[in-house]
Write a protein that binds this ligand. Structure first.
Ligand code: C5P
Length: 400
């Protein structure tokens, strides 16, 4: 399964380092070639000899071998690795990674890694909960690092809570999943609309909505990672373009602009995912000067309909698989079904605003996927990144 895969296994100085011996065993047994890199502190927990024997390679820990002066090239290691896995990842290493503090061989290799990096954090519950750790984790996630979340349970300190490193078997499964999914969208071109639209009233005011764009950006990120060529058309958001793979981003403001951009990319694509929260209406006239307050108690802004991008493109398909979203507050399923049909979509992703785990601004989402063939699949609450992968898996399943 992992035959011929090059994995750099980074070990940092936490008690969970002993569990990485098992992880290394599993990787080697599955056919991977593993190079272990340890931080100086990690060697206090498990001796390098253990890792060197199991990987059949000397462990790299320092920039130079003391007695020979031989230089260990982090650049070469970064090029060699198909994946870098850091397990356990301590709060200290996570902080250094998030801030680019390359004062040891492991963090330096991280900065040179050309392919993905996965970390399995391990620390005490207070350290895990600390705002600085959470900030650093969020930064790493934003930088495209894959996080294998710590579990809850008894910690080495004797305390109970979240912070315990995921079990070796679980990390191993994540690694297998990573390689099996990696390139299943190679050769596919995908259009993704994301974020809100702003409909100008005058030069300083607009009608908008609370969409953060997170769901669409996570979808683009995962599509890129799985080998697709992505055209990401986004309304105003404060998100960085994901750095995974081939993602071409176009920024727009209004629904009309999004419509024009989507129309130009759609014919090139195999799949279109309409995750943008497009304003249904826009002011009929946009004042070119700031509208002054008059003395009237009321003010009327006439609105005109915006084009429905999803519906328009789905009825002008040339074999594209189209995916829409529905955010409903009531009669969820029947409303979502109606949208699926009226917009001629292949599948629709339903999330309910009533659900505390779903919706705008959140990092988690709880979805149901309805297909035009009448199936409904319900998913557990998950991070938006996991939801993105569930949506992509469903697209692949239904488009076969
Ligand atoms: O009808 P409603 O706005 O709830 O439908 C939501 C779905 O339709 C989403 O996939 C959204 O991106 C898409 N949509 C669109 N253009 C519009 C309105 C909605 O693409 N003008």
């Amino acid at each position: 399964m992992l035959n011929g895969k090059h994995i750099v296994l980074g070990i940092t100085g936490g008690i969970a380092a002993y569990k990485s011996v098992m992880l290394l065993r599993l990787l080697v047994k599955a056919g991977a070639e593993v190079q272990v890199v340890m931080t100086p502190a990690a060697k206090e927990f498990v001796t390098p000899v253990t890792f060197a024997s199991l990987s059949s390679k000397p462990v790299v820990s320092e920039f130079f071998t003391a007695n020979t002066g031989e230089w260990h090239s982090h650049v070469d290691l970064g090029l060699w690795a198909n994946l870098m896995v850091i397990a356990p990842a301590t709060a200290s290493t996570i902080g250094k990674m998030a801030n680019g503090i390359a004062d040891n061989m492991l963090v330096t290799t991280y900065l040179s890694a050309k392919e993905d990096v996965m970390i399995a954090p391990a620390m005490d519950l207070d350290m895990w909960r600390h705002p600085s750790t959470q900030r650093n984790i969020a930064q790493l996630q934003n930088d495209g690092v894959i996080i294998v979340s710590p579990g809850s349970g008894e910690l080495a300190s004797g305390l109970e809570g979240k912070g315990r490193m995921a079990e070796p078997q679980e990390i191993f499964q994540e690694i297998q999943k990573y390689f099996s999914k990696k390139q299943d969208l190679k050769g596919k071109k995908v259009l993704v609309t994301a974020g809100p639209t702003y409909e100008n009233i005058d030069p300083v005011r607009f009608i908008g909505n609370y969409s953060s764009g997170k769901m669409g950006f996570e979808i683009a990120r995962e599509l890129g990672k799985r080998g697709a060529e992505v055209f990401l058309i986004t309304g105003p958001v404060s998100l960085d373009t994901p750095k995974t793979g081939n993602i071409e981003r176009t920024d727009v403001t209004s629904a009309i602009e999004m419509f024009e951009q989507a129309k130009s990319k759609f014919p090139l694509c195999d799949i279109a995912i309409f995750s943008a929260a497009v304003a249904d209406y826009a002011p009929d006239k946009v004042s070119d000067k700031k509208i002054k307050r008059e003395n009237e108690e009321e003010m009327v802004i006439r609105l005109k309909r915006n084009p429905d991008i999803a519906a328009y493109l789905s009825s002008h398909k040339n074999n594209q698989f189209t995916v829409g979203f529905a955010l409903e507050t009531d009669n969820e399923i029947s409303n979502a079904k109606k949208k699926l049909e009226s917009k001629k979509l292949d599948i629709i992703v339903l999330n309910s605003l009533n659900d505390p785990d779903a919706g705008f601004m959140k990092d988690t989402n709880k979805i149901k996927i309805l297909s035009k063939t009448g199936e409904i699949t319900s998913y557990d609450p998950k991070t938006k990144r996991e939801v993105a992968n569930d949506i992509i898996d469903a697209i692949l399943r239904y488009s076969k």
